[in-house]
Design a binder for this molecule. Structure first.
Ligand SMILES: C[S@@+](CC[C@H](N)C(=O)[O-])C[C@H]1O[C@@H](n2cnc3c(N)ncnc32)[C@H](O)[C@@H]1O
Length: 368
């Protein structure tokens, strides 16, 4: 059994966000994700009020997992929203408040995540117990029937790997001259789309064993409308600009063309239709709600916005870039050029930003 658990936790490539509390840390550069978490607070409250079955837990403990938690502080906001919503629901149902549930929250991320920063910044006045669970959410992480609520925000867009054919020079999906799929050929786009569907299916398959029948999964993920072309998504345009900066560095001889050709960002922005099709095909969960929400545009100046985007993307991609390019590329130089190119680009006028929110309920019939 121990061997089986080991083999699933190493399923995906770990690409941690920048840890600590420094200038380029995730903790200090994730207000964009925070806005999305705040924007869905009412949807979460409604979901729990309407769909959480209060007889799910045979003890008085509700087990929640927050998957892809990174280092905070956003993860604590998301957890607090859920705990408050559950307490509200119970307060309306039980008159003896000493019988309100207790909460055990499992904070999950890859083992390389900066769990020290996460745990040292836990809210001191929290009304829930906490445990850390390292490993990939694309595989099993919990015993069978042990979870009541699963929440994940801004994590499922990370693919378990770059699709193999995108890195295969003999494949029509090979992504030469680019680091991302959004302005690539159809085969490259299809390879990314398929990888996302495969990864989401693995995530659901693992959760289907772990979540009790009637338990809920809440997914918040950056995405796009069914009608939004990939090259109009704000982040996608930004990644293409980053790619052109890397190409410029290759032309200047700072790195090689081959190194850029073999670098691809393992992120995919899905649409409601794609998410729905995967959930249906997977079959373990009913889709109770699916929303595509636009994110509020910032009123900052172009310079402020470019700096925020460049810090934000650095917090998320620095590990990956360093791993691939080693010391050839100096991060300050790359992100300085990225910042300048963002300022000159049309990304702030043309780029579209949406979040997808999906509420799933574990079906009561076991099909596996
Ligand atoms: C952009 S951060 C989101 C953090 C936080 N949920 C928030 O909304 O601010 C994405 C996190 O998902 C984690 N992640 C990506 N793929 C994962 C996987 N397969 N298993 C566990 N964590 C994963 C990353 O390591 C990263 O910490």
């Amino acid at each position: 059994m121990a061997g089986a658990v080991q083999s699933v936790v190493s399923l995906s490539k770990a690409l941690p966000m920048n840890g600590g509390n420094g200038l380029y840390s995730y903790a200090n550069n994730s207000t964009y994700q925070n806005k999305a978490i705040v924007a869905v607070k009412d949807l979460i409250t409604e979901a729990i009020a309407e769909k959480l079955d209060t007889s799910l837990s045979s003890s008085n403990t509700i087990c929640i997992t927050e998957m892809g938690c990174s280092v905070g502080p956003n993860t604590f906001v998301a957890v607090q929203n859920i705990v408050e919503a559950v307490l509200n629901k119970y307060q309306n149902l039980v008159h003896d408040h000493s019988r309100l549930p207790e909460f055990l929250v499992f904070l999950n991320d890859h083992a390389l995540n900066d769990f020290n920063t996460l745990f040292t910044s836990l809210p001191p006045d929290r009304n829930y117990y906490v445990a850390g669970v390292p490993g990939s959410f694309h595989g099993r992480l919990f015993p069978a029937d042990s979870l009541h609520i699963v929440h994940t925000s801004y994590a499922l867009q990370w693919l378990s790997q770059v699709p193999e054919e995108v890195e295969d020079v003999s494949s029509p999906a090979w992504n030469k001259g680019r680091v991302y799929y959004s302005s690539a050929g159809d085969q490259t786009v299809k390879a990314y789309e398929d990888q996302f569907a495969k990864d989401l299916d693995c995530f659901l398959h693992a959760r289907a064993q772990e979540v009790v029948c009637g338990g809920l999964i809440m997914i918040l993920v950056p995405g796009r409308l069914d009608t939004t072309p990939h090259d109009r998504v704000f982040s996608n345009i930004s990644y293409d600009i980053l790619g052109s900066c890397l190409m410029d560095m290759a032309k200047m001889g700072i790195t090689s063309q081959e190194k850029v050709d073999s670098f691809n960002i393992p992120i995919y922005f899905s649409s409601p239709r794609e998410v729905e099709a995967t959930i249906e095909k997977n079959g373990y969960f009913s889709l109770e709600r699916l929303e595509c929400l636009p994110l509020e545009k910032s009123q900052d100046t172009i310079q402020q916005k470019a700096r925020a985007v460049s810090y934000h993307i650095r917090a998320g991609l620095e590990f990956l870039l360093k791993e691939h390019f080693g010391n050839e590329i100096i991060m300050d130089e790359l992100f300085d050029s990225f910042n300048k190119n963002l300022e000159k680009s049309q990304v702030f006028e043309l780029g579209l930003t949406y979040s997808l929110f999906a509420l799933l309920k574990r079906k009561t019939t076991l099909i596996d």
